[in-house]
Design a binder for this molecule. Sequence first.
Ligand code: ADP
Length: 424
Amino acid sequence: MNASAALLVVAITAAVVCFAAGAGPGPALATFAASAVAALVAQRFVSAAESRRDREARRLAEHAAGLEARVQASETQRGRLEAVITAMDEGVLVVDVGERVLLANPRVRDLFSAPAALEGRSLLEAVRQAPIVAAIEAALRDGEAQVREVAIGPQPERHLRFSVAPFPNREARVGAVAVFRDVTDLRRIESVRRDFVANASHELKTPLTAIRGFAERLADAELPEPGAKHAVEAILGNARRLGELVEDLLELSRIESGSVPLAPEPVAVADLVQRLLRELDPRLRSGELTASVATEGRGFARVDRRALEHVLMNLLDNAIKYTPRGGEVAVRIRPAADERLRVEIEDTGIGIPRKDLPRIFERFYRVDPGRSRALGGTGLGLAIVKHWLQAMGGQIGVESQLGRGSCFWIELPCAAETPQDDAD
Ligand code: ADP
């Protein structure tokens, strides 16, 4: 029985008692009415309180259901994420700012031959590789993503390429995530290919030299057969071309294998360009081309002189080769951002179609193979240039308009000191 029903019973009882006590119907009725009004008012209060409580209870129930759904969704998401991270072929390692491992997937344990779970251990204890620790520390300290490669040993040596990114963002750094990829097979294949090209080129060199030598002797000799002279000249021409190709292939292998030690020194780039243009003067004249050199600032680069000479010779040679009679070749040297020196070699030549631009630095890629061969190109020049620049810490790029000309640019580390040959 609720409170209002109880009050109603009390009202009826009070009226009956009043009537029985001989108070007469008047006072009994008044007592009943007062009690009934009190019962009704109480009923109002009670039902208002009850509906408030019900609403509150409903709200709480809804809130609880929402929370449960959210917990379930996040559990599902967590489960999915865990499944993905566990199945990944890449190693994933997450550390906090204190360099403690928060998460390491099974691939990381496999890559670093860890006998047990790595979570909770220190970074150094987990990976045991100073260069990896240094990269992760740099990412945590500077807030910058890092991409590096390390060889970890002892035997068999494995090559790991890894990237480290701080998270969640620069403002509030709470840790870093590193992703490791085993590139051992890739590096092995590259090294086999490099060795094969180097060995094959080397083996070709000796017979080629002999063919060339004999063909030169025959070209100088009196030949009785009509047409023999022409045949000998064709043999000689092709032997020379093959020789150039073999030399280019050997050079590319040498740069790639890092077997050519580089000796960076301050170089006055304008002086070097002027000297190369003097060497190329007969070709400039025969093509009726004009060449100019403009320097802004000191124009000193800190590079290996021989490698830079090779780079500039290749780019100038191409500019001359692919510029029709009467054109211009302009070299501009100026300072660029980040302590770099920019050298631009612009021509008014045939230009390069937009679709070919991204592939122009690949070995043997030519826009027009027939034209390139006819002009004596091997298709390896720009690939060699790119490798030299990478070895020197430089960069290369090109802008070109078909039929208007091309502008190849390189950026090199600047030299603060005056070059030796200038100081004299
Ligand atoms: P190649 O020995 O054929 O000149 P490179 O590697 O030096 O080989 O150049 C690759 C290709 O890029 C060339 O075959 C040519 O099509 C194009 N190329 C290079 N330099 C220029 C240039 N200055 N103007 C137009 N095309 C160029």
